[in-house]
Design a protein around this ligand. Structure first.
Ligand SMILES: Nc1ncnc2c1ncn2[C@@H]1O[C@H](COP(=O)(O)OP(=O)(O)OP(=O)(O)O)[C@@H](O)[C@H]1O
Ligand SMILES: [Mg+2]
Length: 297
């Protein structure tokens, strides 16, 4: 089972938007998808239109009280399930300080689940604390959402270092699957330079003994699209809210890439139809001498 942690300790880069809409796009391709809201902000929970209620079990109870994952799982869409969050999850870090094996609690609870999913998508908080470590320990893949501006690359060295440590010490299966550009604005010189740097950085890692040696920069980029920012407040995915907008097309295309090429024909039942799965935007960056990613790792 593919278990994908969507992670970047930088805030507001598109992690939650990606988990929600990618999950619904994958579900429309008949995949059974479990999503896990590991963020005390509970934005993923709200995005799915679920109430982050204190009166029913969620990810806090799974981690701190040992509640079985299946007892904390809600069905939120056709083929999509959610383990919701709640602000009390913010206390988990302190409460787990002395817990034995505190980094593998989520991993173990997924392993104990009796339900079968094709994919698990884990929405990590914007930090590298115990919650994110649980996400990384439970995953076998990482997708990094990134904004294509200079500051977007800041902190990526620390992120990759953390992923490397988790891979070496806790979870030898862990690898970086790819980087997805979010809130992308095509045609700007800076975006082109950042993309260029990123491509070079990933190319240089090919064959190296690092968890990102097979990472790809997804061809499908998520363009800045106001509909993507509007739909969470209605508790809707982009496919429920505006199925033909650029945001829906971009996430449908990302789903195709995440699944790989040898997948069944496009059939976005609940999500509306899209065109053939071609990349949303071809990235053709200008040449750049300025390697702002040189500090990474
Ligand atoms: N492609 C996009 N176009 C326009 N707005 C977007 C896009 N992607 C995300 N947003 C908006 O940007 C904000 C941040 O996105 P999101 O919540 O997904 O980021 P995040 O990385 O999960 O944030 P945090 O680190 O706080 O968890 C949200 O208001 C979201 O609706
Ligand atoms: Mg988020």
């Amino acid at each position: 089972m593919r278990r994908i942690a969507v992670i970047n300790q930088k805030g507001g880069v598109g992690k939650t938007t990606t988990v929600c809409n990618l999950a619904v796009a994958l579900a429309a391709r008949r995949k059974k998808v479990l999503t896990i809201d590991l963020d005390p902000q509970a934005h993923l929970t709200l995005h799915f239109g679920a109430e982050p209620g204190a009166d029913r079990p969620g990810v806090y109870d799974v981690l701190v009280r040992g509640t079985p994952l299946d007892d904390a799982t809600l069905k939120v869409r056709k083929n999509v399930w959610l383990v919701p969050s709640h602000t009390r999850l913010a206390g988990a870090e302190a409460e787990l300080v002395s817990a034995v094996g505190r980094d593998v609690l989520l991993h173990d609870s997924i392993a104990d689940s009796r339900r079968k999913y094709d994919l698990v998508l884990i929405d990590c908080p914007p930090s590298l604390g115990v919650l994110t470590l649980n996400g990384l320990a439970a995953a076998n893949e990482v997708i990094i959402p990134l904004q294509a501006h200079f500051l977007g690359l800041q902190g990526m060295g620390k992120l990759l270092e953390t992923i490397t440590l988790v891979q070496r010490r806790i979870n030898s299966d862990l690898k970086v699957g790819g980087v997805v550009l979010c809130m992308f604005e095509a045609g700007t010189k800076l975006a082109g330079e950042v993309v260029d740097d990123l491509r070079r950085f990933l190319a240089e890692a090919r064959g190296a003994n690092v968890p990102w040696s097979q990472a790809r920069l997804f061809d499908a980029v998520i363009r800045r699209n106001i509909k993507l920012a509007e739909c969470p407040s209605y508790g809707l995915s982009i496919f429920d809210y505006e199925p033909h907008c650029n945001g829906a097309l971009d996430y449908a295309r990302l789903a195709v890439e995440v699944l790989g090429v040898a997948e069944e024909p496009v059939e976005l039942e609940s999500a509306g139809r899209t065109d053939a799965p071609t990349p949303a935007v071809r990235i053709d960056p200008p040449n750049s001498q300025d390697s702002s990613i040189a500090n990474i790792a």
